[in-house]
Write a protein that binds this ligand. Sequence first.
Ligand SMILES: *Cc1c(COP(=O)(O)O)cnc(C)c1O
Length: 369
Amino acid sequence: MQKKILVTQSSMPSLEEYIEEIKPIFESKWLTNMGEKHKELEKNLKEYLGVKNISLYTNGHMALYIAIKSFDFPGGSEIITTPYSFSSTTHAIVQNNLKPVFCDINEKDYTIDVSKIESLITDKTVAILPVHVYGHVCDVEKIDEIAKKHNLKVIYDAAHVFGVKYKGTSIANYGDISMFSFHATKVFNTIEGGALVYNDDNKRLILERLKNFGINGPDHVDTVGTNAKMNEFCAAMGICNLRHIDDEIKKREKVYNRYLERLDGIDGITVSKLQDNIISNFAYFPVIFDKEKFGKNRNEVMEELKKENIYTRKYFYPLINDYECYRDKYDSNETPIAKRISDNVLTIPMYADLSIEDVDKICDIILKK
Ligand SMILES: *Cc1c(COP(=O)(O)O)cnc(C)c1O
């Protein structure tokens, strides 16, 4: 049978390396609740990312939910975000009893269009929740400026930008809090997992308490918290994967460069170029198809690849403001650029161990007339 190529493949250490890492857990029998592996991963990540504070969570979504919760915004307050993201971003706002307000994206890098943020600010706006997508970063300086001017918090969905540097420093140093996802499909994974990174030391207490039922010492529960702790086996996977992350990103770069050689400059195809002042992590390879110029649309390319056992994803489609659970309250025509990109985008396979031969095979199928 022809081998399957999926849109992504998780990075993993060798079985031996992982077994070595989990042996102490079998000795201590301490499986979760901020154990030794958890502490070690926190320390290693802080160093790797070059950030001041980090808290670990069971997944990225709960981390984002808790990040928002930690500000204790009045119910019904508005948070400006984009509909061009994974469901998690908007769900985390709504689950906090707050109201998402959708801003369009820019067509250059698919992040929030900073020129459209200010017109959406009302007296109920409390924060901006921009999304760094595909490894591209938002216009962090402009967002900072707008937030300062209007006294808003900035919480980044940084799920796609693990390890990305902007002007030589970690992208996570911008905004009040950034959320990383360590899900199996992400550039760096802990099987399931996530983190919050933040500069304000005073935030640590509440961010840690919210993930452990609001417990504050043996006899005190002072916050309505949830359970979102990272367990020791996930932390151990993270410790192993972090040892290899630079090699993994280098391998992704090779895949990225080959795709670029083959697909850039083709009429009717738009690939995303690296931004200025960025060290990328090559997280995804989105391609925008223009049927009039290219002859095939996104869905046709998707089907042709599928026939050859190559699986792609319409990432992000549908737009969040078109979801069944949100579309009664929103109109996706109000975010026309996001709509057009969402209708025409296909993310093609991208992972460290994808061979150049397979990249060529994928490109041959895409380009076949
Ligand atoms: C993966 C992802 C999340 C959620 O992270 P999980 O770890 O899967 O909970 C949130 N936002 C974006 C943009 C993501 O890609």
